[in-house]
Design a protein around this ligand. Structure first.
Ligand SMILES: *Cc1c(COP(=O)(O)O)cnc(C)c1O
Length: 458
């Protein structure tokens, strides 16, 4: 018999979780304005709000924390990070930043001006926020297959080359400062981009002389999917695949809170000295001196180690298998999910789950609230609230997909927790016909409203 996978680590430290009653949760969620971001963490039993900064560090990483060099300039921890970034990605230049969005802020300050357009595959919310804040436009060129949750496609994060070339033909080069490939593509369901697509997008960008950058938060999970799904990569070392992915791009913004498995951190890496010279000033202005970029030395050291931990095949296999374990449990209950399952999360199709709730009353948010009430499980809406309003018309933008995302923190929960979550959603699925009403907005801000929006029952 072929032996099954098992987590390539054991547990050294545990943290208690708190259970609650439905009555308590009804009161807490009402007090939170029906926004799950407003809950206290001890009001949540299984927290699948995000996989960002919520991972468990290894004892190697904790050792690096102790070894952190807190020198203002020239910290040895910075040089550890520089070595790893150069080895893994072949990028000689980088600046640390305090998070992924800070790397976006630094890069976009140097590159994007009012009226520009930035094509890519379903830009992440902070990425889109930083583009729109500069009065530029993010243009989504994701393949159409991505918006059909039941259709099988191994690389639903791919960019449609025709859509991308249309952008290049419609706008002058001066108005297209860069193209962004998000690996894996969070917004379309944690879906990977194939090496072939990365290569072809890169060639097209070269032809039109447009720089191409990764939004690289989950680059290692993307490399894992290339290894198991793309022809020619079976059995290939993850780090070799990573190196090849990065060989096609000019640089990358990174949220280290994802695939570098740290609680805080980010960076911006690039190949070109000229680009580095443009971004340096903004790093110093917004983040801090070039060798710490808004982080402590110990944080840089933990990132360097985390990048190595996060590119181990056995770790990635167990991680992605746990996500699929939850997905398969939900399928056993008949619950509609984005398939194939993504790398970091399961995305439940809320339009199909709650067809009786009108889209104007936020179907995915309604499902997220139901799940919290049922079992104290916190997921997050990836739908109309997240999509914000159109900057010109101020109308709600209704995205093609209305999803409840269950993001799984790295190395944190066991499969028993996954069974628990599946049972909660299974119970709601049984009574879905009785759920006919959603929520109304009572208070919101113009950009990235989903973090702070307040709602009431419709
Ligand atoms: C998390 C994330 C970001 C932003 O990073 P933060 O560290 O949260 O600021 C950008 N892009 C993608 C794809 C992400 O997942």
């Amino acid at each position: 018999m072929e032996l099954p996978y098992a987590e390539p680590y054991k547990i050294k430290v545990v943290e208690p979780l708190y259970r609650s009653t439905r009555e308590q949760r009804e009161q807490w969620i009402a007090e939170a304005g029906y926004n799950l971001f407003n809950l206290r963490s001890d009001q949540v039993f299984v927290d699948l709000l995000t996989d960002s900064g919520t991972g468990a560090m290894s004892h190697h990483q904790w050792s690096e924390i102790m070894l952190g060099d807190e020198s203002y300039a020239g910290s040895l921890s910075y040089y550890k990070m520089k070595d790893v970034i150069n080895t893994l990605f072949g990028m000689p230049y980088f600046v640390p930043t305090h998070q992924g969005r800070a790397a976006e802020n630094v890069l976009f300050s140097a590159l994007i001006k009012e009226g520009d357009v930035v094509p890519g595959n379903s830009h992440f919310d902070t990425t889109k926020g930083h583009i729109e804040f500069r009065r530029a436009n993010a243009i989504d060129c994701t393949i159409d297959e991505a918006s059909d949750t039941t259709l099988y496609h191994p690389f639903k994060g791919n960019i449609d080359l025709q859509k991308l070339e249309d952008v290049f033909k419609t706008y002058p080069k001066e108005q297209i400062p860069l193209c962004i490939i998000t690996v894996t593509c969070n917004t379309s369901g944690g879906q990977p981009v194939s090496m072939q697509n990365i290569r072809e997008v890169s060639e097209l960008c070269k032809k039109y002389d447009i720089p191409v950058f990764f939004d690289a938060a989950r680059f290692a999970e993307n490399a894992y999917f290339i290894r198991i799904r793309e022809e020619g990569y079976a059995g290939k070392d993850i780090r070799e695949i990573v190196k090849e992915m990065y060989s096609h791009v000019d640089g990358a913004t990174m949220s280290s809170k994802k695939d570098a498995i740290v609680n805080i951190g980010g960076f911006l890496a690039c190949r070109d000295k000229e680009v580095f010279e443009k971004i340096r000033m903004y790093c110093i202005l917004y983040e801090g001196y070039l060798t710490y970029g808004g982080l402590a030395g110990r944080d840089l050291a933990a990132v360097a180690q985390g990048l190595m931990d996060g590119t181990e095949f056995d770790y990635l296999e167990a991680r992605i298998a746990q996500v699929a374990y939850l997905g398969n449990k939900l399928k056993e209950h008949g619950i509609p999910c984005q398939e194939p399952f993504g790398g970091h999360a399961i995305f439940v199709d809320a339009k199909k789950f709650l067809p009786n709730v009108p889209k104007e009353e936020y179907q995915a948010q309604t499902l997220a609230i139901e799940l919290y009430l049922e079992g104290g499980v916190r997921g997050v809406e990836i739908g109309t609230l997240l999509a914000d309003r159109d900057p010109k018309t101020r109308e709600n933008r209704y995205p093609a997909l209305e999803l409840l995302r269950l993001a799984i923190p790295r190395r944190v929960y066991t499969n028993n927790h996954m069974d628990y979550v599946a049972a909660c959603l299974g119970n709601i699925y049984q009574k879905r016909d009785q759920i006919t009403k959603g929520y109304r907005i009572v208070n919101e801000v113009p950009i990235m409203r989903h973090f702070t929006v307040e709602l009431e029952k419709a």
